[in-house]
Design a protein around this ligand. Structure first.
Ligand SMILES: Cc1cc2nc3c(=O)[nH]c(=O)nc-3n(C[C@H](O)[C@H](O)[C@H](O)COP(=O)(O)OP(=O)(O)OC[C@H]3O[C@@H](n4cnc5c(N)ncnc54)[C@H](O)[C@@H]3O)c2cc1C
Ligand code: FES
Length: 481
């Protein structure tokens, strides 16, 4: 198993539970990737809308999509119970409400599509909640939320109790399938295996088959202090594009640095998505999110948290889970979270554990990484033109012309001797230079001020401020300058 996020650890745990011998390696530690920055809505309501699911995957596909996500939430709940994972899992309602400019017909159409996909849903003139005036909305009962890192640590513990082994700080550079399958690591070791699962969020073992069908997007979140129960705990999201997503997390005052255990809620609001590495206005995006939050949730207090992360958007709204296309039969992949990586990661665990053990699974075709849906052609062309356009970055100038323009704890792209260089100035003023050329397929990375990372706009590779890779598909760090 390569990758110790929710997809890798769920798959590893379910295989170990079936008595299989499983080793997990991760370039960092457990929760090194996007699972650490998720807002953790656990929902069977598809982000890309049921209307889109019907259009792209037909009535049977839309029903399977809804059912698989509902079963993933059930499975998470079951694992929490079986393994006594204290991750604050709770069931609650989900409300879809209208964006500022959207018409009520948007809700009508989604209501009809959701019913066709088998979702339990009702239309209401107003969500029956305190602290938020939703206006007309759709109510989806029996959704859920949890604390993602507590869950991940619980999974890791349960996996270890079943004999599973996790090797942190071990980067995979090659996944070779077939009769003599093995994973090669950056430190020159070879791990002999009977099956390989690449769960690195964006697979490093695939050059084009999958990467032409998905694209990396940055998304932002803020967390504000709220008096306990001032706003009803539920999942909320609107019909805008990009949409806003909202939930509350109960914590104690002590967890915020206070001196007592008084309960408080953190109101988490996300949105402001854009193509990775194609915007450097994080402060403006956080400010817009905060202003939206105060308009809609007047009880919001001081902002305590701000963060961002990356989601992989596929051209047809569902993840790619199963056998790696154009590869040996014993190499599997889980990617394309589409903003629903908690449930897609759990579906990956259930589906890949079945495939490896030769069991039939009704979701195999729906999530097949080799699939091509004709309805997704326009999106496919759009995203690939966008990737092709990124190569023009080779010809443009840098963000700055002199290192003097780079303030401490900031990065910028510069042109030096005709080459693009990623320059980071640390807190003490020292400069760290790396090649700005992404080792995957040569796009030029960009500085992300929200997370102090170098992000590639093409297929989702991400590097820390010093150039160390922490998210594929790049098989290695940025080269020295
Ligand atoms: C702000 C934000 C909000 C979100 N909100 C939601 C939400 O509400 N609900 C939801 O369902 N989803 C949400 N998501 C999406 C979700 O967080 C992710 O899709 C999910 O966490 C991805 O899990 P993963 O296991 O696929 O990848 P990751 O958690 O990224 O794990 C991949 C692991 O692979 C390791 N790795 C990478 N390359 C290598 C290599 N070569 N060798 C070894 N190890 C390697 C990494 O170190 C990492 O630990 C959100 C995402 C963001 C950023
Ligand atoms: S991730 Fe493919 S070129 Fe950078």
């Amino acid at each position: 198993m390569i990758g110790a996020g929710i997809a890798g650890l769920t798959t590893a745990y379910l295989l170990a539970r079936d008595g299989r011998s499983v080793v997990v390696i991760d370039t960092g530690r457990v929760g090194n990737g996007q699972t650490a920055v998720t807002t953790a809505h656990l929902s069977s309501v598809i982000d890309d809308t049921f209307k889109e699911m019907l259009h792209l995957h037909g009535p049977d596909g839309a029903r399977l999509a809804h059912d698989s996500h509902a079963r993933a939430v059930d499975r998470i709940e079951m694992i929490c119970g079986d393994e006594h994972v204290d991750c604050r899992f709770e069931r609650l309602d989900g409300y879809l409400f209208l964006g500022k400019k959207d018409k009520e017909s948007t809700l009508e159409e989604e209501l009809e599509a959701a019913r066709a996909a088998g979702a339990k849903v009702t239309r209401l003139p107003q969500a029956p909640v305190t602290g938020f005036k939703s206006g007309p909305c759709l109510r989806f009962p029996h959704q859920a939320q949890f604390h993602p890192l507590r869950y991940l640590n619980g999974l890791a513990g349960a996996f270890a109790r079943r004999g599973g082994r996790i090797y942190s700080g071990t980067q995979a550079v090659e996944a070779i399938g077939g009769a003599r399958a093995c994973v090669k690591t950056a430190s020159g070791h070879s791990i002999r295996v009977s099956a390989i699962v690449v769960a690195t969020n964006s697979p490093f073992n695939d050059l084009l088959a999958i990467h032409t069908k998905q694209a990396p997007y940055q998304t932002y979140a803020v967390g504000a202090r709220v008096k306990a129960d001032a706003i009803t705990r539920a999942l909320y999201w609107d019909t805008e594009d990009p949409y806003h997503y909202v939930r509350l997390q109960r914590i104690t005052n002590r967890e915020l640095g206070g001196d007592n255990d008084e309960p408080i809620d953190i109101l988490i609001v996300g949105g402001e998505d854009h193509k990775s590495a194609k915007a450097d206005d994080a402060d403006a995006r956080f400010a817009r999110l905060e202003s939206w939050m105060r308009d809609h949730f007047p009880a919001a207090g001081s902002v305590e948290f701000r963060w961002s992360g990356q989601v992989m958007e596929t051209v047809d709204g569902l993840a790619f889970i199963g056998r790696n296309p154009l590869d040996a039969d014993n190499v599997y992949v889980a990617t394309g979270d589409s903003g629903m990586g908690m449930t897609h990661g759990t579906i990956a665990g259930m589906l890949i554990a079945d495939l490896i053990q030769g069991r039939e699974n009704p979701w195999t075709e729906l999530y097949d990484p080799g699939r091509v849906r004709t309805g997704a052609a326009v999106e496919w062309v759009k995203e690939n033109i966008n990737v092709a356009l990124q190569y023009k970055d080779w010809l443009t100038g840098g963000d700055v012309t002199s290192v003097d323009e780079i303030t401490p704890n900031n990065g910028a792209i510069m042109v030096e001797a005709g080459r693009k260089i990623a320059v980071y100035r640390d807190e003490r003023g020292s400069l760290h230079r790396r090649s700005a050329v992404c080792p995957h397929l040569g796009c030029i990375v960009g500085w992300n001020p929200a997370s102090s990372t170098w992000d590639c706009p093409c297929h989702g590779s991400r590097f820390d401020r010093f150039g160390a890779m922490f998210n594929g598909p790049s098989p290695k760090d940025l080269d020295p300058a």
